[in-house]
Design a protein around this ligand. Structure first.
Ligand code: 2AM
Ligand code: CA
Length: 267
């Protein structure tokens, strides 16, 4: 029943809803007044994260009543096994959003049978819509995209610093980043993991790691990277999990083995 989910018609409607969610983000006023802290250090949520998630839940439920939902801004996170599930980050890059850095995305993935099978990431500031379907290739605004062919020596690395759990992870994060930095061309830190995964998928960057992320941060980006010819898995090589968060390593094919070897020396 779910083999062709979402149908082409549902897909077009879902993409339309994701663009509309991005407009809610970019038309936000007085974001500073709408900020509150989530449990954990320096982990923020705004009234707009909640508003965008509510919009997506209600709109996607009309488009695809057969699916379940898992969203970052819910209190309880459960991934059902008996149906496809939308895994949603209404605003990925919330601190960028609060600070008006214009690098935040709407991220909507679909997990079915324990794997990401569809995903779209929309950056409303640049109007870039990345999307992929299992076996159907990856696209940026309807143009096919592919990971780069650069090897480690020329690779550009994106680092996620897991700031909300810095006390337990900062030494390992910077040990891995230093080790890779000394062998690659340079590193970047965008503040949106979903966007980092998409920039890797379209060949602007070549490597990415973060010691812990939530499934809503990487679900859509994971299928986009895989369909663009890249790899994404946990730091120890295990497949990504979608029922809970996990560490994430992503790369193009050309730098994968050398980068992973260096990274694993620091685990
Ligand atoms: P967010 O902006 O949606 O919160 C930054 O390092 C990246 O980590 C962002 O993609 C950010 O997503 C994500 N992130 C923020 N808080 C997190 C948490 N508590 N657990 C996992 N990932 C988180
Ligand atoms: Ca978020």
């Amino acid at each position: 029943m779910y083999r062709n989910f979402p149908s082409p018609q549902q897909e077009a409607q879902i993409l339309c809803a994701i663009r509309r969610a991005g407009e809610i983000m970019t038309s936000a006023l007085e974001v500073q007044d709408a900020v509150s802290a989530k449990p954990g250090t320096r982990n923020y949520v705004t009234a707009y994260d909640v508003k965008v998630q509510k919009y997506l839940f209600s709109t996607l439920a009309e488009i695809a009543p057969e699916a379940a939902f898992l969203g970052e801004e819910e209190d309880v996170h459960v991934l059902p096994e008996d149906k496809p599930c939308f895994v949603i980050d209404p605003i990925d890059g919330t601190l960028n959003f609060i600070r008006d850095l214009h690098c935040s995305c709407v991220s909507v993935g679909i997990v079915w049978g324990g794997k990401a099978v569809w995903g779209a990431v929309y950056n409303p500031y640049t109007k870039e819509l990345f999307r992929a379907r299992k076996g159907g290739g990856a696209y940026l605004n309807d143009q096919p995209i592919h990971v780069s062919e650069l090897s480690l020596e020329d690779a550009l690395l994106s680092v996620g610093s897991s700031p909300y759990i810095r006390e337990t992870n900062w030494e390992k994060t910077f040990a891995i980043a230093s080790s890779l930095f000394l062998r690659c061309s340079d590193f970047r830190r965008s503040g949106s993991a979903a966007y980092d995964l998409c920039t890797l998928a379209c060949g602007r960057t070549d490597l990415f790691f973060e010691l812990i992320l939530g499934p809503w941060d990487y679900c859509a980006g994971a299928i986009i990277i895989e369909e663009a010819g890249g790899s994404i898995h946990q730091l120890d090589g295990a497949p990504l999990r979608y029922d809970t968060g996990c560490p994430v390593f992503a790369s193009n094919a050309a730098s994968h083995d050398a980068a992973l070897r260096l990274l694993q020396e620091k685990l």
